[in-house]
Design a protein around this ligand. Structure first.
Ligand SMILES: Nc1ncnc2c1ncn2[C@@H]1O[C@H](COP(=O)(O)OP(=O)(O)OP(=O)(O)O)[C@@H](O)[C@H]1O
Length: 239
């Protein structure tokens, strides 16, 4: 099965093209890094994958089905949006109760264990959490749905290096525990290098390159993911 499968996927906002004729076939079981310059189309691709917006033309399948194709499919995908939004006046425990109420497959034990492990106080109002704590809460809620795919839009951009490292470790831990796949967009190439084993580089709304990181590095003269991405972003590699 494929995590993402796109054929000639195109998304226009009025006359502005955000994605043009994108083809992708990402096998499941990977942690996918989605990178590219500002305005490349990363958030657009993730929003399409979550079913928040619809393609203008072409097709996109997520876990073998149209994005957000019914309640069952919604439960198979967990989404952590940019800035990890939470409800400020709700406590951490309220968030877990709401998660349980909204998600039939909610894993209360996993959620409570994780909240304790990362040292969150269940009584604390979410509006008073630090950026790192909020990110851990949003990640826990997404993971306690026990999804097959976790999608993150720049989840750790605002966190300090320690909080980011803790967040990324949690992310990898959840993916392993759930046997899930993940897709995360980031400008932080070190983060992508740390956790991702599959890479998609978008540029000007098109897929510049996509494939397993090891294979891409072996196919090129670059030794690090950062060198490879910068080469594609600067146009030094012809498609
Ligand atoms: N709601 C919208 N209405 C109009 N244009 C939009 C909208 N959302 C995105 N765009 C445009 O689509 C293009 C791709 O934007 P998108 O946010 O997907 O890029 P991105 O790679 O996530 O960028 P960044 O790294 O800056 O977050 C940009 O030209 C952007 O201006």
């Amino acid at each position: 099965m494929h995590t993402l499968r796109a054929e000639r996927l195109t998304k226009r906002y009025r006359r502005r093209a955000a994605l043009v004729d994108c083809d992708l076939a990402v096998p499941s079981g990977h942690i996918v890094g989605l990178v590219g310059p500002n305005g490349a189309g990363k958030s657009t691709l993730l929003q399409l994958a979550c079913g928040l917006i619809a393609p203008t033309s072409g097709t996109l399948e997520v876990l073998g089905a149209r994005p957000a194709a019914g309640a069952a499919h919604l439960g198979r995908v967990g989404f952590v949006a940019q800035d990890t939004p939470v409800y400020p006046s709700f406590s951490v425990a309220d968030h877990l109760r709401m998660g349980a109420w909204l998600n039939p497959a909610w894993d209360a034990a996993l959620a409570e264990r994780r909240i304790a492990e990362v040292g969150l106080d269940p009584a604390q109002k979410a509006g008073r959490l630090s950026g790192g704590q909020r990110a851990q809460l949003a990640l826990t809620i997404a993971a306690a749905k026990r999804p097959e795919l976790l999608i993150f839009d720049e989840p750790a951009a605002a966190l300090d290096p320690l909080a980011r490292d803790a967040f990324l470790r949690s992310l990898v831990g959840f993916v392993g525990e759930l046997g899930a796949s993940a897709v995360l967009s980031s400008h932080l190439l070190g983060d992508v290098e740390q956790v991702c084993d599959y890479l998609i580089v978008l540029g000007a709304g098109r897929v510049q390159v996509a494939g397993p990181v090891r294979q891409l590095l072996a196919d090129h003269r670059y030794t690090t993911l950062e060198q490879l991405v910068l080469a594609y972003m600067s146009g030094a590699v012809a498609r």
